[in-house]
Design a protein around this ligand. Sequence first.
Ligand code: ISL
Length: 558
Amino acid sequence: MDNWWRNAVIYQVYPASFQDSDDDGIGDLKGITSRLDYIKKLGVDIVWLSPIYESPQVDNGYDISDYQAINPTFGDMADFDALLAKAHSLGLKIMMDLVVNHTSDEHKWFQESRKGKDNPYRDYYIWRDGKNGENPNNWGSFFTGPAWKYDEETDQYYLHLFAPQQPDLNWENPKMRHSIYDMMNWWADKGVDGFRMDVINYISKPKGLPDGKKADHEKYANPEPLVANGHRIHEFLQEMHQNVMSKHDLVTVGEMPGVNVTEARQYANFDDKELNMVFQFEHMGLDGSDNPTLGRWGDRKASLKDLRANLTKWQEALSGTAWNSLYWDNHDQPRVVSRFGDDSTEENRVLSAKMLATMLHMQQGTPYIFEGEEIGMTNAYFKSIDDYVDIDSINAYQQFVEDEHLIDSKSMIKYLGLHSRDNARTPMQWSSGKNAGFSAHDPWEHMNSNYKTINVERALADPDSVFYYYQKLIELRHTLPVITDGKYQLVAGNENDEEVYAFTRKNTEMTLLVILNDTAHDLNRHYDAPKDAKLLISNYADDLGDHLRPFEAKVYSY
Ligand code: ISL
């Protein structure tokens, strides 16, 4: 239990949207470096950079064409070295995004691979013959359409679970695997402190690549049940650990759609053979549509009951065995205050952002904060499909509205407003000035129109801001061991409460009682805390005991 990252807090930077230093409308490394003091002020320990590598940017850098070069719009390797040095001088660690389920189709390995069946790089990717002139199997891509693309050159198809420009790497090939480990060691030798591993539980594909299950009306099967947590995944991660992680002091987190607690206990086990922690997705799947074909494209809200049951399941199942990562937001998810909170009034935005922060930061695990979350940034709610730039949003609109007529345009715009990845990717709101101080140039992605009210400048000037609340939560984690090692327990009888979430954290020295009103109204609840219990943190200036005000959050210690 003594690893340094266990009581750390991680801040995610989405480079294109953080800070532009050369006024081309796209954020860059020099911009990030210039804002490291701000990140330090928040009090976090580690900065995770979404991909900064050379990339044609079909999927905003998750399509890498050179793992050992910086994308020119972000700067160059000297800029990266300066960023790393400045971060380290401030006591901040740097976690890199590692995207090794696939590369860009412009990566030299793929350029070689497609040249011929006997090319030395052929087996770096997954090539198959068609079946009767059709795709090798019925898998669909996560970005709509088939997961296979025909390549005339050699009359075969290659697998791409994401965009056609993101061919999947063949992890069955030991040479390919060692090329990845070499690349990781190169970054570790450079001094980076960790890796966030993109869809890393998808790398082991099933033997024979069998068809997936699909409903009759569906064109393609969702490959996730077949590719997630595949039969060789633990072997591959252990091999990676032996070749890379065992040689450096690194923090690792695996992004794992479709992971369950049983698998997670093995991936992130204290025996330290694979990864330090995983990003699970279950709490991100509680809202959306009731129609599985539409997935998250709906307006059903998550209930407190479901959310609490899920968070509790993960707290209990990993306790004493493996380590949780805790997150609400990232570059793929809508803004938490719009999703699980209430952004309909300024007062409720601030209160609910703080309440949700308390819910997450008082749990056991390593918390992640996505840029802007710490000032309570909201969804952008763009009004037209032309405002969207994300491939996933544009493709979904095309498929469900234009091609299949499953949803009318107005509804889809509403659902995009609730769930599009673009909601997270609007530029960071630094000030009320032009383009929120992000860039003098019109940004690559529209600003959220509320930047005049919600911005860093205002947050820093207001002692009651969401920013200072996050700062306090982080400081508490760093000073009170119970937040890291205390056992989580729901308050008896709380499991069916549809309005309030109450839990305790307990170690041999201390107990914390966390009480969260998840509604916009006043209510009464009685919880037993000793008379001399101290109010550690709250989003109200005073304490009315059993009377809870809208979105009231409070933590007692005793
Ligand atoms: O973004 C999604 C919808 O919420 C997911 O389906 C997402 O594609 C999945 O979580 C995997 O995400 C990661 O890999 C993708 C990339 O587009 C995402 O940005 C990345 O986080 C492919 O590299």
